[in-house]
Design a protein around this ligand. Structure first.
Ligand code: ADP
Length: 260
């Protein structure tokens, strides 16, 4: 009964940032990396976060994923406010509800594909659901590579292992940081399709930082950051529209830098 109520009360957003500020350093040398960002990411949505270099994208992703703490403001993931959680609870929450995909794959070279995918669950002391691992490896096209080690795989295959690892625990949200940055165009397209698929079939939420307009065009919406603040959004983006908006934001950032 209680469980049913919890399900009913789940909010429409799996990630919510409310007036998040992140200031690095103190005094004269302090840098305001995020300047009061408020945004919610709907369940079952795929969002790309874009902006000129230094606009706060990495800081945004780290704060949203509970890897860094805002100086002020709040972040909730899957209806759980992160503020005040012990480091241990935060680690548990990240393992249970968040998947990560990084540009550099972050696989352990000594472990097999299977071991890399199941490692987070092992670390958590949870029993591996072998059927779920097999299913997710099939889904990313690596069903026959489960005994391989990362060094025996191409870059695209390694990123697919990382995506399988992120998907297997069925997290509420996947944060991806330049997931296609190290891949060629065709491989990048395959990886983006794999990221997009569970959004629509399983209601997962994906938040992806990228500087690539083509990658961003796979998302349902793009949100733009400039100078640590939200600077608009775009639904059903095309690569051309995104590139155009980025050019304008970049020019504005350069003008602002020049007058400082
Ligand atoms: P982006 O990912 O868009 O390039 P970042 O989030 O990395 O932007 O950086 C936003 C601003 O915060 C930049 O001015 C950057 O120099 C500054 N910054 C980022 N990390 C640190 C840090 N650890 N210490 C001091 N300043 C930082």
């Amino acid at each position: 009964m209680r469980r049913k109520q919890e399900v009913i009360q789940r909010s429409a957003h799996s990630v919510v940032l409310n007036d998040v500020r992140r200031v690095y350093g103190r005094g004269n040398s302090s840098v305001v990396a995020l300047d009061g960002v408020s945004i919610g990411f709907a369940r079952g949505s795929f969002t790309a976060v874009m902006g000129p270099s230094g606009s706060g994208k990495s800081t945004f992703l780290h704060c949203a994923a509970g890897l860094d703490q805002p100086t002020s403001g709040t972040v909730s993931i899957d209806d759980q406010p992160l503020a005040g959680l012990s480091e241990r609870r935060l680690t548990e929450l990240r393992r249970e509800r968040i998947g990560f995909v990084f540009q550099s794959f972050n696989l352990l070279p000594a472990l097999t594909v299977w071991q890399n995918v199941t490692l987070p669950q092992e670390l958590d002391g949870r029993r591996t659901n072998r059927a779920a691992v097999r299913e997710v490896l099939e889904r990313v096209g690596l069903g026959d590579k489960y005994k391989s080690r990362p060094g025996e795989l191409s870059g695209g295959q390694q990123q697919r292992v990382a995506i399988a690892r992120a998907l297997v625990a069925r997290p509420a949200v996947i944060f991806a940081d330049e997931p296609t940055g190290a891949l060629d165009t065709q491989t990048a397209a395959d990886v983006l399709e794999l990221l997009r698929e569970p959004v629509h079939t399983q209601g997962q939420t994906v938040v992806m930082v990228t500087h690539d307009p083509v990658a961003a065009s796979y998302a349902d919406q793009v949100v733009f950051l400039a100078d640590g603040a939200l600077a608009g959004s775009m639904l059903a983006p095309t690569a051309e529209q995104v590139a155009d908006r980025l050019t304008h934001l970049g020019a504005r950032a350069a003008r602002l830098a020049a007058v400082r």
